[in-house]
Each structure stands twice: as C-alpha cells, then as structure tokens.
Design a protein around this ligand. Structure first.
Ligand code: C2G
Length: 150
C-alpha cells in the first residue's frame, strides 16, 4: 500500500487546495493531510479565518483524504514519515527543494494559478458593506412585490 502525506494550513478551502489533494491522492492508496494548528499558524506568520477544527473537518470531508492529523511544528515531518510508513511526501512547488531531506520520495506539484487564500481574503475585505445593504434593500423590494402578486 502506498501512503502519501502533505502539510498545510488549508484556510478558506479553495480549488487550488483540492487540485493538489486530488493529485496527491491519485499517487497512492492512502492520503494523510497534516493541517497546521492555530498555534503553528502563528509560528508560520499566518492568521486563519477558520479555526484548526473547522479547517481539519473541511479537509477530512474530502473524498480523496483518508486521514487528517495536526501539524504542530516544522520538525514533525520526519517522525510522521516513519510513524505512518509514508512512501511519498508531496506539496506545492512554492516549497520547491525545501523538503528534499525527508526519508521518502518527495514530489513538488505545480500550484493552481490565480487563486490563493490571501487573494480571497483581500477580495472579501474589499466588499463594500453599503453596497451589500443596497443590494439587500433591492432584493427585499422584489420579494415584497412577489409576495403581493401571490
Ligand atoms: N496550493 C496550491 N495552489 C494554490 C494554493 C495552494 O497548490 N493556488 C497548495 C500549496 O502549495 C500547499 C497546499 O496547497 O501545498 C496548502 O497551501 P497552504 O494552506 O497555503 O499551506 P502552506 O502555508 O503552504 O503550509 O509545513 C508545510 C506548511 O504547513 C505548508
């Protein structure tokens, strides 16, 4: 049985994450995903909108993921590879070369272009609350007309 492992924050789960996980799952029989804890995210300098529990549940709900474990620190990869008898470590090529030392096959996969959690957060932060209010006001008006015609 071929076991594959990867690590990441996986905040605001998006198609880039899914593309990576499905490609890794296709490389073996079991895919383990180590999701960065909230505490480790601080070490990584990342602030997630979703908590570790929410991110782990979302990753674990994917059909291509067999097991989710917490990622507590940078150093745990080697012991994870041994503990879970991992054959392949995979990660996006933004990490190219960073994990060549691991005692297993190491693959770096092309990132999905044009999407990232950072970009999603930036887009969400630019939504104008006043515009939302006006849209909602308009929709309420339409709803009232529909109700009056019923
Ligand atoms: N990813 C991707 N395409 C994107 C965005 C992300 O392929 N458009 C990949 C990343 O390369 C990574 C995984 O999805 O392999 C998770 O991305 P992040 O949540 O940003 O994880 P990261 O902060 O890179 O954490 O110890 C390793 C770290 O925990 C990796």
């Amino acid at each position: 049985m071929t076991t594959v492992i990867t690590y990441g924050t996986f905040d605001l789960m998006h198609i880039g994450h899914l593309n990576l996980l499905e490609r890794l799952a296709a490389m073996g029989d079991e895919l383990i995903v180590a999701v960065s804890t909230d505490e480790f995210n601080q070490v990584k300098g990342k602030h997630s909108l979703f908590s570790y529990e929410e991110r782990a549940r979302l990753v674990g709900a994917l059909a291509c993921v067999d097991k989710v474990i917490p990622e507590h620190n940078w150093q745990q990869k080697e012991q994870d590879v041994k503990a879970y008898q991992v054959d392949i470590f995979g990660i996006g090529n933004d990490w190219q070369g960073k994990f060549d030392h691991l005692p297993c096959e190491v693959v770096y996969l092309e990132r999905t272009p044009t999407i990232s959690t950072t970009q999603l957060k930036r887009s969400l932060s630019q939504i104008d609350p006043e515009a939302i209010r006006q849209i909602k006001q308009g929709l309420d008006g339409v709803l009232n007309i529909v109700k009056a015609l019923e």
